[in-house]
Design a binder for this molecule. Structure first.
Ligand code: ZN
Length: 277
């Protein structure tokens, strides 16, 4: 087959892009209001996620939860489920379509169809300063999926049992008393907390680079609905070289829950009101 470049190729390429999902009609997250409520909050629980493992935690609606890097640079893979029905879970792809490839303060984590409501709002991000670097990389992505034993097997022919997918399945099984068959389909594409990623400009391939996170850095969320969270301390550590192996230096991640002294005074978001004909 002869592949020819059309004469007007340059003109076609020069067409300006338009944003697929203009998001100015999304409900205002009211960050100043949430900040005022946060000032009244006291720590009500915590959970330390060991390296190369995952843990689940509960966050009641109206509470805050914070993920903090401790000891050393570490990436975390975050899943969220509705505590009322774990079939409603974080929808990474639609969140990406609404907010962009990386999340920061003011962005929401949206739930799966037919609900499509905010599950959590990012209220604080100490890595907000990073922005987008010269490679097109940024922090806290919703483009990667999660490291998993199937892709690892496909690419390397090896079995590895502490991928974030495996860790999240195991944590959910322990948390909800589920079999692997019941838990595995509930594990979903993640928010890659602290991970620095992008797409190469020349080939469009997904890349990672050493996370800029340092101990003390954190990202904090307001729980819009009752949540079960699952967090895996990725076997890739800071994801500067490899994942899906025991090669990288790994560190724990700290999850803390904060209970406000007074409610945020905002209605819990309901599921989408779209009705099929
Ligand atoms: Zn991972």
């Amino acid at each position: 087959m002869i592949r020819t470049i059309p004469e007007d190729a340059a003109e076609r390429r020069a067409i300006r892009p338009v944003i697929c999902y203009p998001n100015h009609t999304l409900p205002d997250p009211d960050l100043p209001g949430l900040q005022a409520v946060r000032l009244t909050a006291r720590k009500s629980g915590e959970c330390l996620v060991p390296p190369r493992e995952a843990r689940c935690f509960h966050v009641p609606a109206g509470h805050f939860f914070r993920i903090t890097s401790v000891e050393g640079p570490q990436v975390g893979d975050l899943n969220l489920w509705s505590a009322a029905d774990p079939r409603e879970r974080f929808y990474s792809g639609k969140t990406r379509a609404l907010h962009g490839t990386h999340l920061t303060r003011g962005h929401r984590m949206w739930s799966s169809f037919p609900h499509l409501r905010p599950m959590a709002t990012v209220t604080e991000d100490t890595l907000e300063w990073y922005g987008i670097d010269e490679y097109g990389g940024s922090v806290h992505d919703v483009i990667g999926t999660r490291c998993d034993p199937y892709t690892h097997r496909l690419l390397s022919g090896q079995d590895y049992h502490h991928c974030c997918h495996s860790n999240l399945v195991n944590a959910l099984m322990a948390e909800m008393g589920l079999s692997r068959e019941a838990a595995e389909p509930l594990v979903h594409d993640v928010l890659n907390v602290f991970m620095c990623t992008g797409f190469t400009r020349d080939t469009g391939e997904y890349f990672m680079k050493a996370s800029p996170v340092r101990p003390g850095d954190h990202i904090e969320f307001f729980a819009e609905i009752d949540l079960i969270g699952g967090l895996s301390a990725c076997p890739g550590g800071d994801c500067g070289s490899a994942h899906s192996s025991d090669a990288a230096a790994c560190h724990p991640l700290l999850v803390e829950i904060f209970a406000p002294a007074r409610p945020a005074g905002r209605a819990e978001p309901g599921p989408s009101v779209y009705r099929w004909p």
